[in-house]
Ligand binder design. Structure first.
Ligand code: HEC
Length: 225
C-alpha cells in the first residue's frame, strides 16, 4: 500500500498555493523569513531506519537479499508540500502509471527490484529529478544562455514550470515535457524517445513523483548528479 506512506506528509492540511517553493532555501536550511504561517516550513523526511550510518559493503558479490540491506546514509531532504499525493485522481494515475512502467520502463530501469540494469533504477532517477526541481529556475537561466534555441522552443513549458509554486506539480509538468521528448530541456539527455500516448504520460508522471517521494521517505539514495 503506497498511499499509507504519504499520510505522514499530507496531514498538515496546508492549503494549496500557500506553500512557497522550496527552492528559495538551500537544502537543510530552514528559511522562515517573511513567513506568516507556521505550516510553511517544509517537512524534513528522515529515513525510516535509524541504523543506516553503515554503508553496505560496496562491490561485494550480489547477495540474493541485496534489496533488504540498510540503505546508505541519506542527507535529510526538505520535502516540498505533499498535498498532491493525496489527490484521488493523482492516486489513480499513479496506480495506472506503475503498470505502464512495469511494461515499458523496465526495459532499461529496474522497478521494484525487477528489470534491466542498463540504467539506474527508476526510483533513483526519480529521486534525483525531484531534487533537481528545487534548482530548476537556475537551470533554465543557464539553458537560456547556453542553448537559446532549445530554450525558445520549450518556453511555454518552461514558463509553466517556473510559475508553478507547488514543487510536485512543477515536477509533473517537467516529466510531461521529458516523456514527450527527453531532450526538451537538455541536448545531452541520453534516454531515447519513448512512444507513449498522452494518458500514459500523465500516469507515468504521477507514478514517478510518487516513487521519488517514497524513495526519500524510505531513506533510499538518489542518483548522484
Ligand atoms: C532504452 C532505455 C530506456 C527506457 C526504455 C527508459 N529509459 Fe528512462 N532513462 C534512460 C537513460 C539512458 C536515462 C539517463 C540516465 C542518467 O541520467 O544517468 C534515463 C533517465 C530517466 C529519468 C531521469 C531523467 C532526468 O533527467 O531527471 C526518468 C525520470 C526516466 N528515465 C523515466 C523513464 C520512464 C518513466 C520510462 C518508461 C516510459 C523510461 N524512463 C524508459 C533510458 C531509458
Amino acid at each position: 500500500m503506497l498511499s499509507g506512506l504519504f499520510l505522514a506528509g499530507c496531514g498538515s492540511g496546508t492549503p494549496e498555493g500557500s506553500g512557497q517553493k522550496v527552492n528559495q532555501a538551500p537544502a537543510g536550511v530552514t528559511e522562515t523569513s517573511g513567513s506568516d504561517e507556521s505550516e510553511k516550513t517544509p517537512a524534513v523526511i528522515k529515513p525510516v531506519s535509524s541504523a543506516n550510518d553503515k554503508s553496505p559493503a560496496g562491490g561485494s558479490a550480489e547477495g540474493d537479499d541485496a534489496a533488504e540491506k540498510t540503505p546508505r546514509s541519506v542527507v535529510d531532504f526538505p520535502m516540498p508540500d505533499l498535498t498532491l499525493l493525496s489527490d484521488a485522481a493523482f492516486q489513480r494515475n499513479a496506480k495506472m502509471g506503475r503498470l505502464v512502467a512495469k511494461r515499458r520502463c523496465i526495459l532499461c530501469h529496474k522497478i521494484e527490484g525487477r528489470g534491466a540494469i542498463l540504467q539506474p533504477p527508476l526510483v533513483q532517477v526519480s529521486m534525483r529529478r525531484l531534487k533537481r526541481m528545487l534548482d530548476y529556475d537556475e537551470y533554465l537561466e543557464e539553458l537560456q544562455g547556453s542553448d537559446p534555441d532549445r530554450f525558445t522552443a520549450g518556453q511555454k513549458t518552461f514558463d509553466a514550470i517556473r510559475q508553478e509554486q507547488d514543487v510536485l506539480k512543477s515536477m509533473r509538468l517537467w516529466l510531461k515535457g521529458y516523456l514527450k521528448q527527453p531532450t526538451f530541456d537538455n541536448s545531452q539527455a541520453k534516454m531515447p524517445l519513448q512512444v507513449l500516448i498522452p494518458a500514459e504520460i500523465e500516469q507515468l508522471a504521477c507514478y514517478v513523483i510518487q516513487l521519488a517521494v517514497e524513495g526519500y521517505q524510505k531513506g533510499e539514495t538518489p542518483l548522484e548528479d
